[in-house]
Every structure is written in structure tokens, then in C-alpha cells.
Write a protein that binds this ligand. Structure first.
Ligand SMILES: [Zn+2]
Length: 286
């Protein structure tokens, strides 16, 4: 342990500064979305089996609702631009912009160099949860996804139904390629319905039983044409463990909804980020 300097207390009193004040972030037109949603009709429904994953497409300007219809169940969500797997959800920057957990009004951002909203959360039946006594909140953009490599590292075993493998198989099935060839596209997730935080003493990532019950939902508006892949985590409600077949698991459901014609008057699908990409490189012509 290093010795504390004489002015340690003063150094610790430096004010906390929000890294990315988001006051200049363009506000999503939530009132427009809510109005468009009110007359929307279901155009597709996908059931995700427990300990498995499924792919689904959502055209820009449509909504998609993720539900746990039968009981508490955590979902690990990946998002891609529908025609380009190199544009994918950027969990880290979404966390930096909106905080460690997301709810209505937050946007899910794509990776660099695109950095545009892929989806906007328009409804969250668990928004009431807030923050609990342990510092736990719902729908995190902290966790990565349960995966067989970390499982092997910690236990030495083989387990094939971690979210990483489920997502890789489902993406592979959608693209008609083996899971092994597409698993590098699988990325850090939005942990839908998962209740997580960091322990105060050791700063370790913790999970606790999800407060989701049958019928709970998270609903999003697709800002661009999306390919989604959703895994029903083998941890079930993630109240005890994951990466095994011991937890009680339930299916998840994804419903895609189309708003009425003309309901999104004035809305435009966002273009990729406007930065020039020259990076100050003198070989670039300006
Ligand atoms: Zn998982």
C-alpha cells in the first residue's frame, strides 16, 4: 500500500465532473414517437427460446418491444445496421452518454466511425425500479455478455449456451454461416431486464434477481434499419448464476410494430456522424 500524501483529503475533494455533459445531445422527439406508437400495428413476432437466441429485422421508423411473456428473464441484445455488420451497438459510449443503465429517452448508439442513434427507448415497464439500496438498477450497458471463454477460464469446463454462443449461432443462422465465422461480430450487449451494479467495497460487477415479471417490456424505436439478435440468458432472472443449465429460464418475445402512414412526419433516419475522419493526418487532403 502506498503512503498517503499530507494533502490526500484535499485531493479527494476535487469535484466530480460529468465526462460527457449531454445537454447538447439532440433530444429525441419522444412526443412524436408516442403519437406514432398509439396507432401502430404488429407486423412480426419472434419467440426466443430459453438458453437460445434469435435474429429479427426492424425497418427504420418501426418499433420493437421486448417482452418476457411467461416469467422473469434477462435478455442480451445485440444490434447491427441491417446491411452492414461493421456498424454495431456501442455499449461503452452509450454508457458514457446516458449512464450505466438505460430507460425511456435514452438512445442506443452505434460504434465509431458511425456514432449515430440506432434506437431510442420509448417505453420501459420497469422504469419505476430506479436505484435500490445496493446501487442496483435495471437494463445495464455495463456487462459484456456471458461467454464460454470466461467460463472456461474460471471453471475449465465447456458450456455452449452462454449468451455469446447463443448470439453467434443465431447471427450465423441468419447469415447462413457457421457460428465460428461470425462470432467476432458479437459485441457487448444491452442487458435487458438485468439488475446490476458495482459492489461498494471491491467495485465488482454484481447482479441480483431481475424485478421483471411476466408481461414486463422494454420498447424501442428503430432509428435506422436494424438487425437485432437477442439471447435469453441461461442465468434466467440472473438471481444466482449464469453459464449453466441450473437456473429457471423463460422465453422472450420480440414484437415489431409499424406506425400508421404519415405518423412520423418530420422525422428523418439519422445519417452517420459528421466528423470528417481526417484525424489531423497530414496525408489527408482537406
Ligand atoms: Zn447471458
Amino acid at each position: 500500500m502506498s503512503a498517503e500524501p499530507a494533502d490526500a483529503a484535499a485531493r479527494r475533494q476535487a469535484p466530480a465532473v460529468v465526462c460527457y455533459p449531454n445537454a447538447t445531445l439532440p433530444e429525441p422527439p419522444l412526443a412524436l414517437y408516442v403519437a406514432a406508437r398509439s396507432g401502430a400495428v404488429e407486423v412480426a413476432r419472434h419467440v426466443i427460446a430459453p438458453r437460445d437466441a434469435g435474429a429479427f429485422e426492424v425497418p427504420a421508423g418501426h418499433f420493437f418491444r421486448i417482452t418476457c411473456p411467461q416469467g422473469s428473464q434477462v435478455g442480451d441484445l445485440n444490434l447491427f445496421a441491417a446491411q452492414d455488420q461493421s456498424e454495431r451497438f456501442f455499449s461503452g459510449k452509450t454508457r458514457a452518454l446516458h449512464g450505466s443503465h438505460v430507460t425511456t429517452g435514452a438512445r442506443l448508439w452505434s460504434c465509431l466511425p458511425f456514432l449515430r442513434p440506432m434506437a431510442t427507448i420509448t417505453a420501459d415497464s420497469l422504469a419505476w425500479y430506479g436505484v435500490d439500496a445496493d446501487g442496483g438498477r435495471v437494463h445495464d450497458v455495463i456487462g459484456t455478455r456471458c461467454d464460454p471463454y470466461t467460463h472456461h477460464l474460471l471453471s475449465g469446463g465447456e458450456y455452449h449456451h452462454c449468451c455469446h454462443s447463443n448470439l453467434a449461432r443465431a447471427l450465423g443462422a441468419h447469415l447462413d454461416r457457421p457460428a465460428r465465422e461470425v462470432e467476432h461480430h458479437v459485441h457487448d450487449v444491452l442487458n435487458v431486464f438485468m439488475c446490476t451494479g458495482f459492489t461498494r467495497d471491491t467495485g465488482q460487477y454484481f447482479m441480483k434477481a431481475s424485478p421483471a415479471r411476466a408481461g414486463d417490456y422494454l420498447e424501442l424505436f428503430a432509428e435506422i434499419d436494424l438487425l437485432g439478435v437477442l439471447s435469453a440468458c441461461p442465468g434466467g432472472d440472473c438471481g444466482a448464476e449464469h453459464s449453466s443449465d441450473s437456473a429457471l429460464c423463460h422465453p422472450l418475445e420480440v414484437t415489431v410494430l409499424r406506425p400508421p402512414e404519415g405518423a412520423l412526419e418530420g422525422w428523418q433516419s439519422p445519417a452517420p456522424n459528421g466528423y470528417s475522419r481526417s484525424h489531423g493526418d497530414p496525408r489527408e487532403t482537406y
